[in-house]
Design a protein around this ligand. Structure first.
Ligand SMILES: [Zn+2]
Length: 344
């Protein structure tokens, strides 16, 4: 079968690899109906050092179940399923607490052990806990929005939940990538009265406004901080959704969060220490977040997608076949595309 392998920065290939198959009794085998390229895939695309082996890429998918292991009970052959970016058993203490990304039997897709979703097929561990069967056919018009529930919409929602966005509150979203844009949807959905998007790409800003952003801040660094404070009576926002992961994004978060406010981090941090420890202390600011338990959020978000109240699928502005995945990486890396959907 064909799968996407990353060898080193800038060197991603679609290659023939051994067919995915059931290895454990709790596995399912899915045929990929839709996958996509993630902003987080761009980190290895920019930085990966060659190590002799390639990395299987892709952690977001909708698939059709082709086979299940003998102890799989809930998931059935033929089901159309969402595959969250992390697998989880659905039964351990952490899964029961809604933190599926800390599952004691869990892990992540997109590596040599489990394989990646930018491929024709994939083995899914812990199928009963991981997969979410959808009440739609595989050619449903809502596929793009449903696909976002495997990562970016759930991740944007997580940033908003951690940052405690609520009715009448002021929120700021740092980052205008697909996760940031979904963060805008989530902030509006949770009742924020003011939603400030920090970003500078015109096409993304337009989409952010469509999703409910009330203000746009194009500036960066200290100028961005000053501008957000100006827009919020000088105090800053109650909730910051940090959807980038750079030190500058975190420093900006600290500069725009109001006393007693919260910063929800979902951008994978590419820094060692959170800056501004003293202002954070004196302002009683909370910082939280991490890999989103998107599996836990599907129940809550799915009805809004099915009934058209939210349309996170609009973040996909390009659809390609599997053979064109390398060009999809290039298009996202150069900001030519916001998010690329793959139809194997
Ligand atoms: Zn678990």
């Amino acid at each position: 079968m064909l799968a996407t392998i990353m060898y080193k920065a800038g060197d991603v290939r679609v290659e023939s690899i051994p067919d995915a198959c059931i290895q454990q009794s709790t596995d399912a085998l899915i045929r990929i109906i839709r996958a996509c390229i993630c902003g987080s895939d761009l980190w290895p695309y920019r930085l990966k050092q060659p190590d002799g082996t390639g990395q299987n890429m892709g952690h977001e998918a909708i698939g059709r179940v082709e086979a299940v292991g003998k102890s799989v009970r809930k998931i059935k052959v033929g089901d159309v399923v969402i595959m969250p970016f992390a697998y989880s058993d659905g039964t351990c203490d952490f899964c029961n607490e809604g933190l599926h990304t800390a599952c004691t039997q869990g892990g992540f897709f997109g590596n040599a052990e489990v394989g990646g979703a930018q491929a024709e097929a994939l083995r899914v561990p812990q199928a009963d806990g991981t997969l979410y069967a959808l009440p739609v056919a595989e050619d449903d018009a809502l596929m793009p929005s449903l696909l976002t529930l495997s990562d970016v919409m759930g991740t944007g929602h997580h940033a908003a939940v951690v940052a405690r966005v609520g009715k009448g509150k002021k929120a700021a979203v740092i980052g205008d990538g697909a996760v940031g844009l979904c963060g805008v949807i989530a902030a509006k959905r949770l009742g924020a009265e003011q939603i400030i998007i920090l970003g500078r790409h015109p096409d993304r800003i337009e989409l952010a406004k469509q999703f409910g952003a009330t203000n746009v801040v194009n500036e960066r660094g200290d100028e961005a901080i000053a501008r957000v404070r100006e827009l919020t009576d000088g105090f800053g926002v109650h909730s910051v959704l940090e959807c980038v992961g750079t030190e500058q994004a975190m420093a900006t978060s600290m500069g725009i969060v109001r006393a007693g406010g919260m910063v929800g981090r979902v951008g994978v941090p590419h820094y060692d220490q959170i800056p501004q420890a003293q202002p954070m202390f004196y302002s009683n600011v909370l910082v939280g977040g991490g890999p989103a338990p998107v599996r836990a959020y599907i129940d809550e978000l799915l009805p809004d997608v099915l009934e058209g109240r939210i349309q996170p699928g609009l973040v996909f502005d390009r659809t390609i076949g599997l053979e064109d995945v390398p060009d999809g990486y290039r298009a996202m890396d150069t900001r030519e595309a916001i998010k690329v959907m793959v139809r194997p």
